[in-house]
Design a protein around this ligand. Structure first.
Ligand code: LMR
Length: 349
């Protein structure tokens, strides 16, 4: 990383941004000696809230804060940015059809994609969090053709870490070894960041008594592993909303921080290194694992130093393969909807 990193956070007055800002400004993503030039973008109705966030940032007197700008001007916000965190989207409201949700978000992602194209650093790294994150990412990518598709990603690290957390709790309960999420590695989330996602613990390992060991015997609960774990992870976002009456923010921000740290950051992490992988939604170029080309799809990835590679050659169980078909079908349908909305204006995705 350069001495100063220029970062835009859209949805800058929102809940996730509020939890994410300390990660950015305390060196937890870009390292303890990288200063931050932070731009918070939001829409006009959030202008006052945005001012309040800037006051709080100033009051925090972060050592690494080079400058902070709050703006509703997209061009100003994206000027020369090296990292773009796209949190701002149109949330699903009660009674809203998927088509309506995609329609609203296509417009926002078009605006932000065009801003990336016109104003951002050509090597800008982008993470899309606003839902439907995978398809939003595809739309933003489409509108920023001079930035490599490899620089675009959607967040599934939240689902990945939910899976790690649940596995750590189960191993602690069943094996009498007290472990935490940092002792779980090589989980995979496949597909869409939605309830069709495929949480896969087949390759997961736990660090018990100094040795990485296969997860299934340590969980010692085949029924839970086969039948309960997958829906628990798939529906965790909804469970948080039901409990908090708000969607996840603390954990989402933490996941964004880990996603970026492992991809573009310089700090060491317990989730990167030889033979280790995490989950990120990236473009499915080259048909990896038989997934159709041109979808933003969550895969196991090895990422560091600004590069991210899909980990190839993992075995896929029959059960996981069946679940993959559903998440592929959902993403194809989302892409179709987005394409027809865009085609009404110009070309296809
Ligand atoms: C989450 O996974 O917590 C969120 O994506 C859920 C949501 O719909 O906001």
């Amino acid at each position: 990383m350069a001495d100063v990193v220029r970062v835009v956070v859209t949805g800058g007055a929102g809940q996730i941004a509020y939890s994410l800002i300390p990660h950015i400004c305390k060196g937890l993503i870009f390292g303890p000696s990288t200063m931050v030039d932070l731009r918070l973008l939001d829409i006009e109705p959030a202008k006052d809230a945005l001012k309040g966030v800037v006051m709080e940032i100033q009051d925090s007197a972060y050592d690494l804060m080079a400058s902070v700008m709050a703006t509703t001007d997209v061009a100003q916000a994206f000027k020369d940015v090296q990292v773009a965190v796209l949190l701002g989207g149109f949330p699903r409201k009660q009674g809203m059809e998927r088509q309506d949700l995609i329609e609203k978000n296509v417009q926002i992602m078009r605006l932000h994609g065009q801003a990336l194209e016109q104003h951002a650093d050509r090597n800008c790294k982008v993470v899309v969090v606003a839902n439907p994150a995978n398809t939003n990412c595809l739309v933003a990518m489409k509108y920023a053709p001079s930035i490599s598709p490899a620089n675009f990603s959607a967040l599934t690290r939240l689902d990945h870490d939910r899976l790690r957390g649940m596995l750590a709790a189960k191993v602690t309960e069943k094996s009498h070894h007290k472990i935490s999420a940092k002792d779980i590695r090589n989980c995979v989330i496949w597909g869409n960041h939605s309830s069709s996602q495929v949480p896969d613990a087949t390759h997961a390992e736990a660090l018990v008594e100094g040795k990485w060991q296969a997860i299934a015997p340590l969980c010692n609960d085949p029924q839970w592993l086969e039948k309960e774990l997958v829906p628990a992870v798939q529906n965790r976002g909804a469970a948080v909303i039901a409990a908090r009456k708000l969607s996840s923010a603390l954990s989402a921000a933490n996941a964004v921080a880990c996603h970026l740290r492992d991809w573009v950051g310089v700090t060491s992490s317990s989730t990167t290194g030889d033979g280790m992988f995490v989950s990120m939604a990236v473009i499915s170029d080259g048909n990896p694992y038989g997934i159709p080309e041109g979808l933003v799809f969550s895969f196991p990835v090895a990422s560091s130093n600004g590069k991210c590679e899909i980990v190839q050659g993992l075995s896929i169980s029959t059960h996981v393969r069946e679940l993959l078909d559903a998440t592929v079908a959902e993403l194809l349908a989302e892409r179709e909807m987005a394409t027809s909305i865009i085609a009404a204006r110009q070309g296809a995705l």
